[in-house]
Each structure stands twice: as C-alpha cells, then as structure tokens.
Design a protein around this ligand. Structure first.
Ligand SMILES: [Zn+2]
Length: 156
C-alpha cells in the first residue's frame, strides 16, 4: 500500500470511529526509512485487521490525554513491520508489530509521571509499560492474548 493509500484508508477508518486526536501517519509513518550500514529499511503499512489493536490502544491514549489536565500525547513509534522492527533493534516478539504498542510522550509531563498515570488506569494490569528516559512504552498486550502485566525499565 502506498503512503497516500494508507493515509486515505486509515484516515477514513479513524474518522468513522470519531477519532480526532490520532492520525494514520502516527499509527504508521509509512515509508519511514531506517538507514543501516549496508542498506536501508522502509517501514511498510500494517494489515488492516491489526487496526483492531490500534483502536484498543487509542482508547487508553485518549484516557491519558485527559489525565491530569488535557494535553497532547505525542507518538514517536507505533506500528513496525517485522523487518523494520529488526532494523531498529526491536525485541523479536515486539508488541509494536501488532499495532497495539506505542512509544509516547504526554506534553507537560515527564516520562516517569506518564508511566505512573498509566499504572492508575483501571485496566493497567492488562498493559505492558516500559519506562525510558525520554519516552514511555505502552501496549495493550492482554487485550490481544499476550501474557500480562509486563513492566520494565527504570526512571534513571
Ligand atoms: Zn515501545
């Protein structure tokens, strides 16, 4: 699927669902290039059925957006196809390959605060939460049949 096709098709599905705060290119920045020593890897679009996982994740991201004063939630990495995931050094079984994981920043909050907010979500025990210095990883693993909860990283 071309980037334009993706923006059109995914954009329509988002607007059908009334989702206004997240975009097709946040879910998959189709065509993004990861340069390696020998060749570069291009991010491909996900099979549309994986968007079911994105809708579940978006419910949580919308909740986070409203938490502690409404601010934007910025996504730095969401979907990765398996080749792209390998090229960026992702875990072999990365939840990013399911569309059900995103690395995020909530404007006005530091990553440790974002992780703490997510721990307060009613479904937190269904999540994977990774604490990193400059962002927070969130995934909805138990909603899509993976073991949970999962926690990793530190606030150092
Ligand atoms: Zn991640």
């Amino acid at each position: 699927m071309t980037k334009d096709d993706w923006v059109g098709i995914c954009g329509r599905l988002l607007s059908d669902r009334g989702i206004e705060n997240f975009s097709a290119l946040e879910i998959c920045d189709a065509g993004r290039e990861k340069r390696g020593p020998y060749r570069s890897t291009i991010l491909r679009t996900p099979p549309l059925k994986l968007l079911e996982n994105a809708w579940r994740l978006i419910d949580v991201l919308e909740w986070l957006r409203e938490k502690n004063g409404t601010t934007g939630v910025l996504v730095t990495s969401w979907y990765r196809d398996s080749r792209y995931n390998a090229a960026v050094g992702g875990a072999a079984n990365s939840m990013h390959m399911t569309c059900g994981a995103a690395d995020i920043i909530k404007m006005g909050s530091i990553p440790s605060e974002v992780a703490d907010m997510l721990e307060g979500h009613p479904d937190a025990k269904l999540f994977g939460i990774g604490r990193y210095k400059s962002f927070t990883h969130l995934d909805v693993r138990a909603m899509i049949g993976r073991p949970s909860p999962a926690r990793w990283g530190s606030d150092d």
